[in-house]
Design a protein around this ligand. Structure first.
Ligand code: ADP
Length: 360
């Protein structure tokens, strides 16, 4: 049995806005789950329903097999870290860490041991006497995380915990959060709009759009087996290139090239004949020059961006735009005409109307 079960969960706010639709998910004990999606897609609302901070309008929440819709936040065995840290400004770091345990009536000796242990894990030992205002953003965030992990809870909820940090601190805290998860083994649900955080931290990612789950899967599955154009376009930077074209006699014409996509369409070839489909390929799948067993395309280079480990090449394929990610040593010159290849097994085809992937 799953540790946490969300069955047909919906949220309709009092103003009538339907923020979350039929959210179904089973979470195993110890899993690190990330909810990802653009701002406003319903991630925090879902997290807050799990925490008990928002009512569930419809559906069932089970924690450890028990119906939990009506349980108060305190009885849910949950600790939450917010974007705003929510530290007590008038208390030292030590007291901020100790506060929850004192409320529970835990002995001072035990509290002292736990505070020192958590401070050690999070590199806060030298800051225990400081007040929050005398800490950097990263240190404050560590105190917020420390306050959550000091209580032995079953579920750890984090809502955009790194968004107030600068880019470098974010990378450091990200690996610390991964380490803490390994050490504590606590089931974690983490909300972010940042696909890199999602890809690097998650055992499984739940990708949302407009209140609906689009796909649930491992980072590998979401990247290599997206179920639709939304997921394909959300995961990956720069995003997947999409080119719309009509299927005629099993082939699509993209500017000067005629690509026979019959094999990729498999049993769906007949169904899509005469209809528009979307041809997708990732910037990093493109190989300069002509390759065997690949779709070949001719393009003109508009712009290049040297990023160090790779160069983004912006091209026009006739009226279509695309971005290719290439080795900086091989980057073509601006204005040059190039031919590039997309290995056939790296090409994706989507239904142009629904956006669903067409599995051959
Ligand atoms: P996310 O965390 O993905 O950015 P939220 O879950 O915060 O998104 O919000 C989802 C949608 O619900 C948004 O359109 C937001 O404006 C709306 N929303 C959030 N809180 C309320 C509320 N109290 N009343 C009405 N609508 C709300």
């Amino acid at each position: 049995m799953a540790y946490l079960t969300l069955k047909g969960i919906n949220k309709i706010y009092p103003n009538g806005f339907h923020a979350v639709h039929d959210f179904n998910l089973e979470i195993e004990k110890g899993e690190f789950i990330v909810f990802v999606g653009s701002s406003g897609c319903g991630k925090s609302t879902t997290l807050r329903m799990i925490a008990g901070l928002e009512d569930i309008s419809k559906g069932e929440l089970l924690i450890n097999g028990e119906y939990a819709n009506d349980k108060s936040p305190r009885d849910r065995e949950i600790a939450m870290v917010f974007q705003s840290y929510a530290l007590y400004p008038q208390m030292s770091v030590y007291d901020n860490l100790a506060f929850g345990l004192s409320l529970q009536g835990v002995d001072d000796d035990v509290i002292d041991e736990k505070v020192k242990h958590v401070a050690h894990i999070l590199g806060l030992t030298d800051y225990l006497d400081r007040m929050p205002r005398a800490l950097s953003g990263g240190q404050r965030q560590r105190v917020a995380v420390g306050r959550a992990i000091i209580r032995k809870v079953g579920i750890f909820l984090m809502d955009e915990p790194l968004s107030n940090l600068d880019a470098k601190q974010r990378v450091t805290m990200r690996s610390e959060i991964a380490q803490i998860h390994r050490q504590t083994g606590a089931t974690t649900i983490y909300v972010t709009h940042d696909q890199i955080e999602a890809m690097t931290l998650a055992d499984r990612i739940v990708i949302m759009n407009n209140g609906y789950i689009q796909q649930v899967g491992t980072p590998y599955e979401l990247y290599f087996k997206p179920v639709n154009m939304f997921v394909a376009g959300f995961i990956g930077e720069p995003p997947m290139n999409f080119i719309r074209a009509r299927l005629e006699n099993g082939s699509i014409r993209i500017h000067q090239s005629c690509l026979n996509v019959t094999a990729n369409l498999g049993c769906h070839a007949q169904e899509y004949e005469g209809k528009e489909i979307c041809f997708g390929f990732r910037p990093e799948a493109a190989v300069l020059g002509s390759q065997e067993n690949a779709f070949l395309l001719d393009a003109k280079v508009e712009l290049t961006e040297m990023l160090g480990d790779n160069t983004n090449v912006y091209v026009n394929i006739g009226p279509h735009n695309a971005i290719l990610k290439v080795n900086p040593h091989d980057a073509p010159a601006v204005d040059s005409e190039i031919r590039f290849s997309i290995p056939k097994d790296s090409a994706y085809l989507f239904d142009a109307e629904t956006g669903a992937v067409i599995n051959g």
